[in-house]
Design a protein around this ligand. Structure first.
Ligand code: FAD
Length: 240
C-alpha cells in the first residue's frame, strides 16, 4: 500500500493530426480532388487552415484526430468525474477481476498532506483499515475471485488508485480542457487535464493552440464564481 502518483502518457494519436484536420477543412471548401488537396495541404503550413476553420466554429473537422492516453495513479473519485464525459472510450482496471488482497495504492489529497506528516500517517492507517475490512469480506465471501472481489470492494475508498486508457477525439478534448483545466474543476482531474493538454499541444500544436479553460480564449463564463485569475491562467497556458 503506497501513495499513488499521477502519470499521464499519450500512447497513440492520429498521425499528423493537424494535417488531417486541415485536409478536412480544405476539402469542404474546394473543388479539387483529394490527391491534389492532399499535396497542397502537405506542402503548406496547416496552422492557418486549422485556425480559420476553428474560428468559424466548424469543429466537426477536428473529430478526425483522436488521442489515446494511459493514466495511472488516479483515484476512483477522479474516475467518476472522467467517465461523465460521454464522447470518450474507456478501459479501466477492474475491481471485480483484480483482487486487492495484496493491498491498493491510494491518492492523498494535497489538503491532507498540507496538514503534515501526522495527518498523512493517519490517512495511511485509515487506508490500511479499509484494506483489512476488504480482506475480511473477501475471505467470508469465499476468497479471492470474481464473486468475492465484486462485493468486498464495497468497503474500498474513493481514494483507491486505478489505471485506465481513455480515447477522445480533438473536439471532445477541446471541450474537456475547457471544463477541466478551469480552476473551478476539482484539483485531481484538473491536474490530469493540464498534463493531457501538454501532450496534445506537442502532438498537434495548431489544433490545441488556443485550448484550455474558457478564459484562455474569451471571458470567464463562471460569473460570480470566477476564480479571478484569468491572466495567471492565460500565462500558464502560454508557457505550457
Ligand atoms: C466544475 C464542475 C462541476 C461539476 N459538478 C457536477 C455536479 O455537482 N453534479 C453532477 O452530476 N455533475 C457535475 N459535473 C459534471 C457535468 O455536469 C458534466 O456531466 C461533465 O462535465 C461532462 O460534460 P458534458 O456533458 O458537457 O460533456 P460530454 O459528455 O463530454 O459531451 C460533450 C458534449 O456533447 C454533447 N452531448 C453529449 N451527450 C449529449 C446528449 N445526450 N444530448 C445532447 N448533447 C450531448 C454536449 O454538447 C456536451 O457538452 C461538474 C463538472 C464540472 C466541470
Amino acid at each position: 500500500m503506497a501513495k499513488a502518483k499521477l502519470k499521464v502518457i499519450l500512447l497513440r494519436a492520429t498521425p499528423d493530426p493537424d494535417e488531417i484536420v486541415a485536409l478536412g477543412a480544405r476539402l469542404c471548401y474546394a473543388q479539387a480532388d483529394v490527391e491534389s488537396l492532399r499535396e497542397r495541404v502537405e506542402a503548406k503550413d496547416q496552422a492557418a487552415f486549422v485556425e480559420r476553420v476553428m474560428e468559424r466554429g466548424h469543429l466537426s473537422v477536428t473529430e478526425h484526430a483522436s488521442f489515446t492516453f494511459a493514466v495511472e495513479g488516479v483515484s476512483r473519485a477522479l474516475l467518476a468525474q472522467l467517465t461523465r464525459h460521454r464522447i470518450a472510450s474507456f478501459s479501466v482496471q477492474s475491481q471485480r477481476y483484480v483482487s486487492m488482497a495484496d493491498g491498493f495504492d491510494y491518492v492523498v489529497p494535497p489538503s491532507i498532506s498540507a496538514l503534515g506528516e501526522d495527518a498523512e500517517a493517519e490517512f495511511a492507517r485509515q487506508m490500511d483499515q479499509m484494506h483489512a475490512w476488504y480482506c475480511q469480506w473477501q475471505e467470508k465471501l469465499g476468497g479471492a475471485g470474481e464473486s468475492a472481489n465484486q462485493d468486498a470492494r464495497f468497503v474500498l475508498p474513493n481514494a483507491a488508485a486505478t489505471r485506465l486508457l481513455v480515447t477522445m477525439n480533438a473536439r471532445e478534448l477541446l471541450h474537456f480542457f475547457e471544463l477541466r483545466c478551469c480552476n473551478r474543476a476539482q484539483w485531481e482531474i484538473r491536474e490530469m487535464a493540464w498534463q493531457m493538454l501538454a501532450c496534445c499541444r506537442e502532438a498537434a500544436p495548431a489544433l490545441f493552440a488556443h485550448a484550455g479553460p474558457a478564459c484562455v480564449s474569451g471571458p470567464c463564463p463562471e460569473g460570480k464564481n470566477t476564480c479571478g485569475k484569468a491572466s495567471e491562467v492565460r500565462e500558464k497556458c502560454k508557457n505550457l
